[in-house]
Design a protein. Structure first.
Length: 364
């Protein structure tokens, strides 16, 4: 398929819609590891696993999590919450050996010690809840303070294979675990964005609505801070527990919070509902979700409000989602992309508003 509006920086693009019997509905999470493709099919309350990266528009999954078969789509499988059910899953991560899923609306993170081989396979560990049968925000319900053990809408997750970071979105913080938990209801070791584990009040220099978190081999960390239309970058993740971000992408300073910097149209500097970012080579890919585009920075920004090097998904930097020719999305454009993942020069995009995944080759 010719994705002309994806631009000159990608090639060999094609769309993937999942199961032909029951295609994706608003998939918010994608991840690729060892050529395995993992997709959080959020609107249908399931996670799909393909052992090899699909090459056709439709391909039945090898494994389905959250449901017993491809035809089932209900929240928590239409029954009580268990170790096998999901409710609007979002973030997903794997190293090809284990699997971690942000089961966002059950206010928990699920861990499988090995890649599941059977549909409906129960998780081995739950984080954020005392057991597999609990699912209230911060364990005891809405309006209660968090703790080092609780979660509230954990949308984003990341691991380096040893430690674990969770974007605990509803509690406006990032939780850090020195070791990937091996037992239920483990307390986080440190918190980013708060002075302690018991508060969710915030200041503008802290993550306001952190939706995703990524850390690269150089120990740089990026957080997609959705509500303030910005990405926050720490040059050293070890310092993130002690100080605000070093660099802001999308805004001029910590107090600025304008959608497209209060402009009528986007620009090379602005963001609109950014839900993810992804380190790639020496640079950074930023999911500018509300503008239905991806921004490329050829090097990690060192100062606030830096202009992007290139754009994917739009013909130029001034074209966003709120235009008559792009408002509804088309077969040759992105529409509200939520998540990004790379493997080699492959870029996998959760093209959420179009209910599909886009797979393409980067030319950077």
């Amino acid at each position: 398929m010719n994705f002309e509006t994806l631009g000159k920086h990608v090639t060999n693009s094609y769309i993937f819609k999942g199961s032909e019997q029951m295609p994706f509905l608003a998939p918010r999470g994608v991840f690729v590891a060892n050529n395995h493709l993992f997709v959080s099919d959020t609107g249908r309350n399931r996670v799909f696993i393909w052992k090899d990266l699909p090459t056709a528009e439709f391909q039945e999954p090898d494994v389905i999590l959250g449901q017993s078969d491809v035809s089932e789509t209900s929240r928590n499988s239409g029954g009580e919450i268990t170790a096998s059910t999901l409710h609007y899953p979002s973030g997903v991560w794997s190293d090809g050996k284990l699997l971690i899923v942000g089961d966002a609306w059950n206010h928990r993170v699920l861990i499988w010690h090995s890649i599941p081989t059977e549909s409906g396979q129960p998780a081995d560990v739950v984080v954020g809840q005392p057991d597999f049968n609990s699912n209230q925000p911060n364990v005891i319900g809405i309006g209660n303070d968090p703790s080092a053990k609780t979660l509230n809408w954990p949308y984003g997750i990341f691991s380096d294979g040893n430690s674990l970071w969770i974007a605990d979105t509803g509690n406006r913080r990032i939780l850090f675990y020195n070791d990937i938990p091996k037992t239920n209801y483990v307390a986080a070791d440190k918190v980013i964005g708060k002075a302690n584990f018991e508060t969710r009040d915030y200041e503008n220099l802290e993550p306001i609505w952190p939706y995703s978190v990524k850390v690269n081999a150089k120990k740089q960390m990026v957080v997609a801070d959705t509500q303030f239309y910005r990405n926050l970058i720490w040059n050293n993740v070890d310092e993130a527990f002690l100080k605000p971000a070093d660099v802001i992408v999308g805004q001029v300073d910590f107090d600025a919070c304008g959608q497209n910097q209060f402009g009528l149209f986007p620009s090379p500097k602005s963001l609109n509902w950014t839900y993810d970012a992804c380190f790639y080579k020496d640079g950074l890919l930023v999911n500018d979700t509300g503008n239905s585009r991806i921004l490329w920075f050829e090097s990690i920004p060192e100062n606030n409000n830096i202009e992007a090097t290139a754009v994917i998904g739009k013909r130029d930097f001034k074209t966003g989602s709120e235009n008559k020719e792009t408002l509804q999305g088309t077969s040759s454009s992105l529409y509200w992309p939520f998540s990004l993942s790379t493997q080699g020069n492959k870029l996998i995009i959760a093209d959420t508003g179009n209910h599909r995944v886009v797979i393409t080759d980067l030319k950077f």
